[in-house]
Design a protein around this ligand. Structure first.
Ligand code: NAG
Ligand code: NAG
Ligand code: NAG
Ligand code: NAG
Ligand code: NAG
Length: 824
């Protein structure tokens, strides 16, 4: 498994860095070394676009010199790199000894070495252009966006990154990382060749065991040539430089180059907690980072060694409490385990060692598993099909709000047991609610009597009290006006817990930017949505108050209505009206969702207009000037009549009347919806919202998500595709097949043109939301001609390569709002 050759090579020094910090030596003005040229320490060669350079370097706390000689430190700087007589790249020290060589079998005489702008160092035959050796196939501890991480199932060779021993010694350390493509592909970090972290299975879009993948903006594809050679590669749609590095303590860090700081910013890393470490809770154990202790046995299982388990040594794992019927019948009776049943566990990172069976139906997985006594669990994914497990369930984790349903086989007695228990709990809860209700009723009656029947307000959903004044009187800087949210209803934690059955998973609606959203039902039958901010989410009091103040002050048909909030100890919750049709995201982009077909052009246009009106209210009509900053489909909720309501104001900024735009040190928003000037420079204005609105319009017309969309034929993104078709007078071809109708052509094409006006590169070229609404209503008849959008082509990096992928899936998810790029 681990016999891939690892040849270290260090090429990660940015020329951008060099320009600012004068270095000794000089850069040879070339990106190439040919056989009659030498690279002498401390000279360097630089890629043609000034992005990467190659040269000797010294790690911190040492004086050793390194280039590719990871395990043979050089003591002085009398070393050279050149091309040997047989065409290999060689590193020669001061005593004329070969320290390192590419060792490729070659008979090429005329080879040259070139460093490319994507960070790849290639040795090629100058006459034929054949690549003899490349550094991307021999990474040290870093994967770059366009490098390909191979697993060759025929030869067992893998592209493996291996960690340094420590920060000052590049020699191969304990950790390696690469792709394991056998069965269902997974990424791994190994520690001394044993699994240390596992990405979970590839489902054609993401690795399903990485919690953040469900919301991330990393774009990557898995290519399978169906001949045993599989690779994964990722690419970066923006011009930001990115790398993944395996550090000496076994973490993979994703970093972005920050040109202002001249340094790398860490934007993501894995493993993030003990639960991410492979098999922390042992076989049949389940890890939940939010629980204390983090490990528990799966239901129906008990610790193998109770004492060790209670001491926090979970590696022994758990064992089955009640034998399966399968085991008892010894496969001789005809029943063959039909007496067993399955317990459903939601939001799981499913175990390692899954066996795949292609199937389009979840039911088939169940019946297949039931029929086979070695099958102890199954899960289903439309793309993977059935996943079956036998023997062991290892490396199971419970996520919050994302993940897969895992069905584990239990004996019916165990399942009944659970049912009985649950029934008891339900009865107890119902009794308790009943008693409390009566008590409240009595107390209220008594109070009403005492006040002589005087009741205040129209609190139909019975909040207990309102927030006390002094803690909530907030002065808005830009308005110098006191806002007090006295009218806001305060709910108690208990009320909300009861309304959601103690925040039971069955009531989970989804995961918002900063916490989980639950559906709840108050005792009076009113349905509500509750956003429960997780203490760990990093959404501070600032964003919380921001959202509260903003929404409580705003009232518009196309903005979500706030019912109240709850602030108790660590808990912060916001209560909204509940939306029958969930979010635009759910209704429009899930091809299997029934409402997709209900959304005809009339409804879609209504949604576009509604969002526009909501936005106009934010920008102009409300007393404040508000920039939403995070408009995207998951933030557009739909009521039962498909009226759109803008939600999630955690990011919104209030503007003083005399500013046209503002700069921010924290770029928050979602890739794919952020205007270029905002994503790159942190400048935001109403026009950045207009940009996001333009993207939304195109998505609604196309019925596809911007970041999930890629046109293979033309190598174009959603924006690029819209522009191409529109400028070729073929706009209707861009629209969703479900809504195309020649009678609507004028209207749809007009809508596409308006959207293209919104996504233009320069903010000044984009119309205001007022103008957009006038255009939509045809109050303005003649439309200007839009410029080509900047993010039109983004897959170039991939198509420049010479490989012939037979199947590939483009992917990116874009739910979570990220805050990166700490500039200025
Ligand atoms: C280094 O070794 C090569 C052959 O290995 C030889 O041709 C060359 O003259 C040597 N150079 C020096 C400076 O000793
Ligand atoms: C790194 O490892 C080397 C041994 O390989 C050791 O001599 C050195 O002290 C270590 N440096 C640090 C900073 O731990
Ligand atoms: C490796 O990266 C992780 C996550 O960024 C960090 O916590 C850890 O300190 C790093 N280890 C070293 C040796 O730098
Ligand atoms: C943890 O428990 C296992 C048995 O369950 C035992 O073999 C192992 O030595 C224990 N490890 C520690 C550190 O106590
Ligand atoms: C039962 O499942 C095991 C393990 O998943 C598999 O190896 C075996 O072929 C299956 N047997 C039948 C009859 O499907």
């Amino acid at each position: 498994m681990m016999n891939g050759k690892i040849i270290p090579l260090f090429v990660l020094h940015f020329i951008l860095f060099v320009i600012c910090v004068p270095l000794m030596g000089f850069s040879i003005a070339t990106d190439t070394i040919s056989s009659n040229l030498f690279l002498k320490d401390p000279d360097t060669i630089v890629s043609s676009g000034n992005v990467f350079k190659l040269g000797f370097f010294t790690p911190e706390n040492t004086t050793n010199r390194y280039l590719a000689n990871r395990d043979k430190p050089l003591k002085d700087s009398s070393n050279t790199v050149t091309i040997s007589k047989n065409g290999n790249l060689v590193l020669i020290d001061g005593r004329n000894q070969t320290v390192w060589s590419t060792n490729a079998k070659t008979s090429h005489v005329n080879t040259i070495l070139r460093i490319q702008d994507n960070g790849n160092l290639i040795l090629l035959d100058n006459a034929t252009g054949i690549i003899i050796w490349e550094s991307f196939s021999h990474p040290t501890n870093t994967f770059l966006p366009t490098s390909k991480v191979f697993d060759n199932l025929n030869t067992g060779e893998k592209t493996l990154a291996s960690s340094w021993k420590n920060g000052s010694d590049p020699v191969v350390g304990s950790f390696t990382s690469g792709l394991q493509a056998l069965n269902i592909p997974q990424l791994f970090i190994w520690k001394n060749r044993l699994p240390y972290w596992r990405s979970g299975q590839w489902n054609g879009q993401i690795f399903i065991g990485i919690k953040d993948a469900y919301h991330s903006n990393i774009h990557y594809i898995l290519v399978d040539n169906h001949a045993g050679i599989i690779y994964i590669t990722d690419y970066n749609p923006t011009s930001v430089l990115m790398k993944f590095t395996l550090n000496s303590s076994g973490s993979i860090m994703q970093t972005l180059w920050n040109d202002q700081k001249k340094d790398w910013d860490i934007v993501w890393s894995i493993p993030q907690n003990e639960c991410d470490v492979y098999g922390t809770c042992g076989p049949f154990g389940s890890c939940n980072a939010q629980d204390s202790p983090i490990c528990s046995c799966l239901r129906g299982f008990e610790p193998v060694n109770k004492e060790e388990w209670e001491k926090g040594n979970w590696t022994g794992g758990c064992r089955r409490r009640k034998k399966l019927e399968c085991d008892q019948s010894n496969n001789t009776s005809g029943a063959r385990g039909n007496g067993d049943g399955f317990l459903k566990l939601k939001f799981m990172k499913v175990p390692d060692f899954a066996e795949q069976f292609p199937s389009r139906q979840e039911n088939e997985c169940r019946s297949r598993c039931l029929r086979n006594c070695s099958c102890i669990a199954y899960a289903y994914d439309p793309n993977i099909g059935c996943m079956f497990w036998s023997e062991n369930l290892i490396d199971v984790q419970r996520f919050a709000g994302v993940g897969y349903d895992l069905y584990i086989r239990l004996s019916t007695s165990e399942l009944d047991n659970n049912k009985v228990k649950r029934l008891f709990i339900i009865i107890a809860v119902v009794m308790a609610i009943f008693c409390i209700s009566i008590l409240i009723f009595i107390v209220r009656c008594w109070m009403v009597k005492r006040k002589g029947g005087k009741t205040k307000g129209k609190n139909t959903f019975e909040p207990r009290k309102t927030i006390s004044l002094d803690s909530t009187t907030i002065v808005l800087k830009d308005e110098s006006q006191e806002v007090n949210i006295e009218e806001l209803s305060l709910f108690t934690f208990e009320m909300l817990a009861n309304a959601t059955y103690q925040f039971h998973d069955n009531n989970l609606l989804g995961e918002g930017g900063f916490g989980l959203v639950y559906k709840g039902k108050l005792t009076n039958g009113k349905e509500i949505a509750i956003k429960r901010l997780s203490a760990a989410s990093g959404q501070g009091t600032e964003e919380f108050m921001n959202e509260l103040i903003l929404i409580s002050k705003l009232q518009h048909k196309n903005l979500v209505r706030l019912h109240g909030c709850c602030v108790e100890k660590e808990e912060k919750m916001i209560i909204y009206e509940y939306m029958q049709n969930k979010s635009l995201d759910v209704c429009l982009f899930d091809p299997t969702h029934p409402s997709r077909n209900i959304l005809d052009w009339m409804k879609r246009f209504g949604i576009i207009e509604g969002i526009g009106r909501g936005l106009l209210y934010l920008h102009k009509d409300s007393r404040l000037r508000i920039i939403h900053r995070d408009l995207k489909p998951s933030n557009i909720l739909l009521d039962e009549d498909w009226n759109p309501k803008i939600s999630d104001f955690g990011m919104a900024r209030i503007f003083g009347g005399n500013h046209d735009h503002a700069n921010t040190t924290r770029v928050v928003g979602t890739y794919g919806y952020m205007a270029p000037e905002y994503a790159m420079e942190g400048i935001f204005s109403e026009k950045s919202d207009v940009y996001s609105f333009g993207v939304l319009m195109l998505e609604i017309v196309k019925g596809k998500k911007n970041t999930h969309y890629y046109n293979h034929e033309w190598s174009l993104s959603l924006l690029g595709c819209a522009w191409k078709l529109w400028s070729e007078d073929n706009g209707l071809a861009f629209a969703d097949e479900n809504i195309v109708n020649p009678n609507l052509e004028k209207e749809i094409v007009r809508c596409i043109q308006i959207a293209l006006l919104c996504v233009q590169e320069f903010p000044k070229d984009r119309p205001t939301i007022q103008t957009i609404l006038s255009m939509l209503n045809c109050e303005i008849v003649a439309l200007p001609v839009p410029e080509q959008p900047v993010f039109a082509e983004k897959w170039n990096g991939l198509h420049g390569s010479s490989s012939q992928p037979i199947s590939q899936v483009g992917f990116s998810v874009n739910e979570v709002t990220l805050s990166v790029l700490n500039g200025r």
